[in-house]
Design a protein around this ligand. Sequence first.
Ligand code: ASP
Length: 359
Amino acid sequence: ATSIITGVAGLGGAAGFGRMGIRTLLYYLGTSLLAILTGLILVNLLKPGVGVELGLAQPPDKLAESMSRFGDSPFHAVVRLLLDIVPANPFEAMSEGKILQIIFFCLLFGYFITRLPETPRDTLTRFFESCFEVMMRITHLIISFAPIGIFALVSKTVATTGFEALGGLGIYVITVLVGLAIHAVISLPAVLLIVGRGNPRQHAKAMAPALLTAFSTSSSSATLPLTMESLEKRAGVSNRTTSFVAPLGATVNMDGTALYECVAAMFIAQAYGVELGFGQQLLVVVTALLASIGAAGIPMAGLVMISVILTAVGLPLEGVGLILAVDRVLDMCRTTVNVWSDSCGAAVVERQIGPTEGS
Ligand code: ASP
């Protein structure tokens, strides 16, 4: 929550939501959707989860019951989801962990911080930045226990179902990696070339230090200073565009995470033997987009957000258990794609707006 508020509030005044703001948001939404659709097509073609033994008992009748809400119209679930996103009581949403409602409230809250006069705006921005710092530190502490948890979970799975379950994860990993590669090597360069009139190869070279750091830290936020430096000093993007597009992108624009959310949720559904229809897949697309916006730019944030999608389509949350084992390597790759997309976004917006013009 603090990550979104800081991201949006950092836009710097209501003027920030002008021409540059609209183009930036369009780029974020467009490329994230492109990434999700790439993942969706691949996961439907390769079907990595079909026949995978998750080793997680789920009574079929309970599954059927939670899925039965989608019996009516295919679009009902999406409409209901969108209506549900507006919280009647934000504090209730927070105490009950309704993540989509929290994201909605934080986007609104962050936006209105930018509309305040300077003094309260600065106070609130600094307050939420500080809260974000604290949350990052707590998260890092918790994440440091992850290897033990993963060890225990994987041992339990191997002990109960043998190595087949892990073997099944191979195709899942390949699906995510192929999707990420298509997005990073074909889709984003195409956008950069056509909309941003940039040279993708040169841009990639200029961004190399940031991309390598993203890969090794699995954190867009930790990479942010280097992303900004590479954009300004090596890729020739103006300070004005960089300081607008990059910080917001690090928390809000996560193409790699969006793609991963979609593939992972579909994989879990397939492993449970649930065939998702068009309406439910649409629901997965919408929630994957929101989950990628809501994920903070820190390691494993995307994994946690999968629960949002599973809840939305009525799948059991235990499904997250097994994909945990291979999360680290996927996290490194999707974070690199996240940062790559932010940097292409900065170049595209710069080209569209011009280095000095704006708002
Ligand atoms: N680690 C990713 C990032 O910082 C977020 C995620 O877990 O997907 O960009």
